[in-house]
Design a protein. Structure first.
Ligand code: SF4
Ligand code: SF4
Lengths: 400, 109
C-alpha cells in the first residue's frame, strides 16, 4: 500500500460507508433516516453541501420510496446509493426484488438491526437475513475499513455486465455503525475511480436516443426465463467477486476473500460467525490458546452467493463446527440461517463434521469472550455425549 | 410447459430484466381479446368531432381517409373506426361521445 495515497482517519462504519460513496462518485442518493443508519446519509449530505460530492440527494417520505427513487435513477444509468436498517429494509422489501429483477446495479449499506416488535433499535442480523431470497449479492463486513473497501468493491461487481445485480454491504448496528476505528481513505478519489471507472453503461438503460421499456409484465411463457437469468448471474458472481477482490488487493494492498480464518492450523473445533462478532471470537481464541485450547475462527464475509466451495476447503479438516447465528429463522429445522446453509453444504459435499448451531447477540444481547469460551466448552461436552448435530439451535444467553 | 408449437426463445436469447428493446413493438401483440363489451361507431350519427380519438387510452380509434355520405346527404371526408385488435372495451369513448354515436354491444364468443 503506497502510504501517501491514503490518509488514516478515525471513522465509524457509517462514516466509512459515506466516504466510500463520495470516493466512487455516486450520482444519486435517496434515503430515509432510521437508527442506526442515519449518520451514513447525514455524512453524505454534508459532502454534497460542501461540494465534495456532486450528487443529487433525493429526500423521500419512506424507505419504499427511497429504493424506488434509486431504481428510477439506476434505470436511467446513474450510479446510485442508499442505506437503511431494520424496519426500513423491511419496508423496502418489495422493491428489493424489483431492483434485482430489473437487473439494476444499486449498492446499499445496512447498519444491521433487530426487527420490531417489540421495538429494538439495537443490532442483530434479523433484517439482513430476511432479504436472503431477494437476489441481492450480500457482503457482511466486520471492520470500518472493510465497510469502506466493500462498498467500493460492490460497485465493481454490481456494474459488471455479466452480473448486474444489486449489492448490499451490511455491518453491525451500533457496535460498528457508531464506534470509531482508524480507516485508510483515499487522499484523492481518482485512484478509486481508476478501479471503478464511471463509464456510459453498456447495459440497457433508459435513453431517449434508444428507447426501451422496463418493468413489463411477463406471462407464464416468459417469467421463468427472466428468473433463470438471475440464477445464472448469481452463479457467475463468485468468479467476478474474486476478480474484484484480487484487483483491489493488487491496486491497494488490502486483501479480502469470501471468508476469513484465524488459528485454523492444529484446530479440531471451529467457530463460524459474521460481522463484528468475529472480533470477539478471535479475542476469545487468543485467550483459549493461552489456556491450551486450539480453536479456529471462521468469518463468513459473503452470504450471497454462499461461498460453500471456499468454506469446504477450510472446514474439511475440522471435527466440529460451531455456527453462531445472529438472527432466528423461526420454525426452521435449525433456526440459524447460516447453520442451515452449512448443514446443506455438509450433506451436498458428503462432509462428515459435527455441526452445532447457536443463536446469540439477538437484539444486541452482549456476547463476551467468556461467552465464546463457554460455548466451546458446551460444545466439547455435547461432543463427548455424542451429539453430532444439535437437535435445535442453542439459544445462548437467553434466560430460561 | 408451453403447449404452443412455436419455439419460444430461451433465457439466453432474451434481454435481461425483461427489458423490451424494440420500440413500438406493441402493435405486434393484439390485446383486444379480453373485451366484454365492444364499441361500435354509428357512422350515420357520428359528427367527426375527434373526442373519442382524444379520450381513447389505447389508442384504438382509427381515423380513416374514407369518405362517407349519410342517408340525409351529409358528406364526410373521414371515417372513425375502432381498432378491435387493441380496443379493450373500457367504454370511455362511449361515455365521451357528445352525440351518443357509439353503441356498446356485449361480445358473444
Ligand atoms: S372502448 Fe375504450 S379502448 Fe375501446 S375504443 Fe373506446 S375508449 Fe378506446
Ligand atoms: S366522439 Fe362520437 S361523434 Fe365524435 S368522432 Fe367519436 S364517434 Fe364520432
Amino acid at each position: 500500500m503506497e502510504k501517501d495515497l491514503w490518509i488514516r482517519i478515525p471513522l465509524s462504519s457509517n462514516y466509512a460507508a459515506a466516504y466510500a460513496v463520495k470516493d466512487v462518485d455516486v450520482d444519486v442518493v435517496a434515503a430515509y433516516p432510521i437508527t442506526p443508519q442515519t449518520t451514513v446519509v447525514e455524512k453524505i449530505a454534508e459532502f454534497i453541501a460542501n461540494g465534495e460530492l456532486n450528487a443529487e440527494m433525493i429526500h423521500v417520505e419512506s424507505e419504499h420510496s427511497a429504493l424506488s427513487a434509486c431504481i428510477g435513477a439506476s434505470a436511467a444509468g446513474a450510479r446510485v446509493f442508499t442505506a437503511t436498517s431494520a424496519q426500513g429494509l423491511e419496508l423496502m422489501h418489495e422493491m428489493l426484488h424489483i431492483a434485482s429483477g430489473l437487473r439494476l446495479p444499486i449498492v446499499m449499506a445496512i447498519a444491521a438491526r433487530a426487527l420490531s416488535a417489540p421495538l429494538s433499535i439495537w443490532g442483530d442480523y434479523s433484517d439482513v437475513m430476511n432479504t436472503r431470497d431477494s437476489s441481492w449479492i450480500t457482503i457482511i463486513a466486520s471492520t470500518a475499513q472493510e465497510v469502506y473497501d466493500s462498498i467500493i468493491q460492490a460497485y465493481k461487481v454490481a456494474e459488471n455486465p455479466d452480473i448486474l445485480l444489486p449489492v448490499m454491504v451490511a455491518y453491525d448496528g451500533f457496535t460498528m455503525s457508531h464506534t470509531y476505528e482508524p480507516v485508510y481513505v483515499a487522499r484523492d478519489r481518482s485512484i478509486i475511480l481508476d478501479y471503478v471507472p464511471k463509464k456510459r453503461p453498456s447495459w440497457n438503460v433508459l435513453d431517449v436516443e434508444k428507447p426501451i421499456t422496463m418493468g413489463v409484465v411477463a406471462n407464464p411463457d416468459w417469467y421463468y426465463e427472466f428468473k433463470y437469468q438471475q440464477v445464472v448471474a448469481m452463479e457467475k458472481s463468485p468468479e467476478v467477486l474474486k476478480e474484484a477482490f484480487q484487483e483491489f488487493e493488487k491496486r491497494f494492498g488490502r486483501s479480502y476473500g469470501f471468508i476469513e480464518t484465524y488459528n485454523l492450523e492444529n484446530s479440531k473445533i471451529g467457530i463460524l460467525t459474521y460481522g463484528g462478532l468475529y472480533g470477539t471470537v478471535t479475542e476469545a481464541i487468543d485467550y483459549m490458546k493461552k489456556m491450551g485450547m486450539n480453536v479456529a475462527a471462521i468469518r463468513l464475509r459473503v452470504f450471497r452467493p454462499f461461498p460453500y466451495e471456499e468454506l469446504l476447503k477450510v472446514v474439511k479438516n475440522l471435527e466440529a463446527l460451531i455456527v453462531i447465528d445472529r438472527a432466528i429463522s423461526f420454525g426452521a429445522t435449525l433456526e440459524g440461517p447460516v447453520a442451515m446453509e452449512l448443514a446443506t453444504m455438509a450433506y451436498k459435499k458428503g462432509l462428515d463434521i459435527a455441526l452445532h448451531s447457536y443463536i446469540a447477540s439477538i437484539g444486541q444481547r452482549t456476547v463476551t469472550e467468556e461467552d465464546v469460551i463457554a460455548i466451546v466448552k458446551n460444545t466439547t461436552a455435547l461432543l463427548e455425549k455424542g451429539v453430532k448435530v444439535t437437535e435445535k439451535s442453542i439459544y445462548w444467553g437467553v434466560r430460561l | 410447459m408451453s403447449s404452443s408449437t412455436k419455439r419460444l426463445a430461451s433465457w439466453r436469447e432474451i434481454p435481461i430484466g425483461g427489458a423490451i428493446t424494440e420500440p413500438g413493438n406493441s402493435v405486434k401483440r393484439p390485446t383486444g381479446d379480453w373485451r366484454v363489451f365492444k364499441p361500435v361507431i354509428n357512422q350515420e350519427r357520428c359528427v367527426r368531432c375527434y373526442l373519442c380519438w382524444v379520450f381513447c387510452p389505447e389508442p384504438a380509434i382509427k381515423i380513416l381517409d374514407k369518405p362517407y355520405k349519410t342517408a340525409s346527404g351529409r358528406e364526410w371526408k373521414v371515417t372513425f373506426e375502432v381498432d378491435y385488435d387493441f380496443c379493450k372495451g373500457c367504454g370511455i369513448c362511449v361515455e365521451e361521445c357528445p352525440v351518443k354515436a357509439i353503441d356498446f354491444i356485449e361480445e358473444v364468443k
